[in-house]
Design a protein. Structure first.
Length: 291
């Protein structure tokens, strides 16, 4: 009889214990869920807050400054009749004058130094040469070349324009050259030295006078200057280059601390000629536009 009573009590107690366990477990689960919701909501608020606090602006440059002839041009054919090499350093209307000799030829060359300390060889994407000149007659084409350090001779093989026929005897002509692939042949990697040559093409009857207002070289580089006026460090993870024909995305990794400016050079990002828009996308998903 005693045994039966004990068994009943035990069953009753067992039922009670499992009820308690169920309640406790349920409570634990509820607490865990609520805690997670609170934590998630806090994290999301924090994320949104940081996202709203992000504020970037930026500009871009696609070229270095101009580099000019170091000293007086060497004259191989013809002569110098007025002005000096200093006149060819600024596009300002003051010029240096050269004249064809007998035979009617002109051939000069000058030494230019690219500043490779500021514009690292590995960051350069190409070279540009610009000549602003006036020829006294329009009877022949003129040629810009540069010394090819690999071939050990003057060449314009990789130039986009290999000769230029002047269009005016009273105004100025701009003879613009761009060297993309192969530019490395024309800039000495050890010191940035370039030799640029300018010459006529035929010994015709006219004794041509040539005025040079400007002759300069510069390198193509893509350099971004960021300004972080936000309250948080920004991490730019991609850049978009957009115009009517280009819509390119480049993966990058630029960190800009709050309240600071920072500049970054990209070898891979190619900026198109003319108008374009740039977008910087941050890790937080913000998009900042430059146009
Ligand atoms: Ca000539
Ligand atoms: Ca000038």
């Amino acid at each position: 009889m005693q045994t039966i009573t004990w068994l009943r009590r035990f069953k009753k107690n067992k039922h009670g214990v499992s009820t308690v366990i169920t309640v406790v477990l349920s409570l634990v689960i509820v607490v865990v869920i609520v805690a997670n919701i609170v934590l998630w909501s806090y994290t999301m608020n924090q994320y949104d807050l940081e996202r709203k606090q992000e504020s970037l602006s930026f500009t871009v440059t696609s070229h270095s400054e101009w580099f000019f002839v170091q000293s007086e041009y060497q004259i191989n054919l013809g002569s110098r009749t007025a002005g000096s090499y200093l006149d060819t350093r600024t596009d300002d209307g003051s010029f240096e004058t050269f004249r064809e000799g007998n035979p009617r030829r002109l051939d000069i060359n000058g030494t230019f130094i690219i500043d490779l300390t500021t514009f690292q060889f590995a960051h350069i994407q190409g070279v540009e040469i610009v000549l602003k000149f006036r020829a006294s007659d329009l009877g022949e084409a003129w040629v810009l070349k540069a010394y090819n350090w690999t071939a050990n001779s003057y060449s314009n093989n990789e130039f986009n324009v290999t000769s230029f026929t002047p269009t005016t005897t009273t105004g100025w002509d701009y003879y613009r050259v761009s060297i993309g692939d192969g530019w490395q042949d024309y800039v000495r990697s050890s010191d940035g030295k370039m030799f640029v040559q300018f010459h006529d093409t035929i010994a015709d009857s006219a004794q041509t006078t040539v005025r040079i207002d400007f002759l300069g070289v510069r390198v193509k580089v893509t350099n971004f200057s960021f300004k972080n006026s936000g309250a948080v460090t920004s991490h730019v993870v991609s850049m978009w280059v957009i115009n009517s024909t280009v819509h390119a995305r480049y993966a990058v990794s630029f960190y800009i601390n709050s309240g600071t400016n920072a500049s970054f050079t990209s070898v891979t990002i190619r900026l198109p000629d003319g108008q374009y828009m740039l977008k910087a996308v941050t890790e937080r998903g913000n998009i900042f536009v430059y146009s």
